[in-house]
Design a protein around this ligand. Structure first.
Ligand code: UT7
Length: 330
């Protein structure tokens, strides 16, 4: 079976990480935890946390400016901004519109995608769709997450796991030699309450009592999420590889969602990809939700891990539940 040829190219990428580095030991200021537990259960050593006054849209603007500059594309050449976030700066309007204003992408339509940790791969598929259908010439696909704003800093089972950051990519139609080869996406809303915020929408509006109970913050059933993550990422890898006409043996590098080193190892093992072909940055940044994959992709391109000619498999999962995978040819 021959590989399907990509219609849409990843022209450039960019990333932004807040300056503040927080160690596992630093977290003992908030919760009863320790470096050994966090390292052995998750692989996380440090994470970056945004300033309190730093906005998700501002982080996205920095990552986007870098990606656009590298592509030699002016902001007013962008036709569409598709922004993934589970941590919007406000509920209305979208963070994408704030980003549009910040970078002066004067001709662009802009909207948010909410698929939690899977959001950037979902957004990449949407960008690919607009371009392949001839509805846009240039699409900016961004993920930006200020997880620190929705964490319960008294809950040690969640607050130690996450970090803040942003990643961006510029997409254009290519000549068929490189770009997005295949993708697969799925969801299961019956499992919504494994990873959620109880209050703060039309269904359960915020009240002072609910805020006092910390119901507006993130809640997670870690073990259940873990099991589902391994199962669903394995399925997503199978489907995306099959749609690409490839097997795990053809893959030069895997960029999985960076939630937990044990989940990454299990997924890589299932896909038949040795760990020396897996890009890992969960140790430095923790789980940046949907920003994890574009930040890792940008680093891997910048540090030379990804070379021209390589085939890269990315896989993700998150709240929703949502999951997916994508194959890229570089
Ligand atoms: O992008 C999707 C986001 N979600 C995830 O990726 C999370 C997926 N799940 C996980 O990564 C793992 O389930 C966790 C890392 C969250 C937890 O690891 P685990 O091996 O499943 O541990 P556990 O939840 O079963 O907890 C084991 C023990 C508990 O103590 P007891 O009840 O056995 O006495 C916890 O209270 O570890 C305790 N514990 C901690 N201890 C020190 C939980 N959190 C901490 C902590 N520091 N931060």
């Amino acid at each position: 079976m021959s590989m399907s040829s990509p219609a849409v190219e990843i022209v450039s990428t960019g990333r932004y990480l807040p300056d503040r580095i927080v160690t596992n030991d630093d977290l003992r200021e908030f919760v009863d935890t320790n470096d050994e537990w966090i390292r052995t259960r998750t692989g996380i050593v440090t994470r970056r946390l945004a300033r309190e006054d730093e906005l998700a849209a501002e982080m996205a603007a920095t990552a986007s400016r870098i990606a656009l500059e590298r592509a030699g594309i002016a902001p007013d050449e962008v036709d569409a901004i598709i922004l993934s976030t589970a941590t919007p700066d406000r509920l209305l309007p979208s963070t994408a519109c704030d980003l549009q204003a910040l970078i002066a992408a004067d001709r662009a339509m802009a909207f948010d995608v909410q698929a939690a940790c899977s959001g950037w791969l979902y957004a990449m598929s949407m960008g690919e769709g607009y371009l392949a259908a001839g509805r846009a010439e240039t699409v900016l696909v961004v993920a930006t997450e200020k997880m620190s704003a929705i964490l319960d800093w008294t809950d040690r089972t969640t607050c130690v796991l996450f970090g803040d950051g942003s990643g961006a990519a510029v997409l254009k139609r290519g000549d068929g030699s490189k770009g997005i080869v295949s993708s697969f996406h799925a969801s299961d809303g019956r499992l919504a309450e494994l990873l959620w915020r109880k209050s703060g929408g039309a269904k359960v509006p915020l009240t002072p009592e609910r805020v006092a109970e910390r119901e507006h913050l993130m809640l997670m059933s870690g073990r259940e999420i873990f099991k589902n993550a391994v199962r669903s990422m394995a399925q997503a890898c199978d489907e995306a590889l099959e749609r690409a006409g490839l097997t795990g043996d053809d893959i030069d590098l895997m960029i999985p969602h960076q939630a937990n080193i044990r989940i990454i190892e299990s997924t890589a093992k299932y896909a038949g990809i040795p760990m020396d072909k897996v890009y890992v940055n969960v140790d430095r940044y923790g789980n940046m939700s949907s920003a994890s994959i574009p930040v890792a992709l940008d680093e891997a391109l910048e540090d030379g891990t990804i070379e021209s000619g390589m085939k890269v498999l990315s896989a993700t999962f998150g709240a929703g539940l949502t999951w997916g995978a994508m194959v890229w040819q570089f």
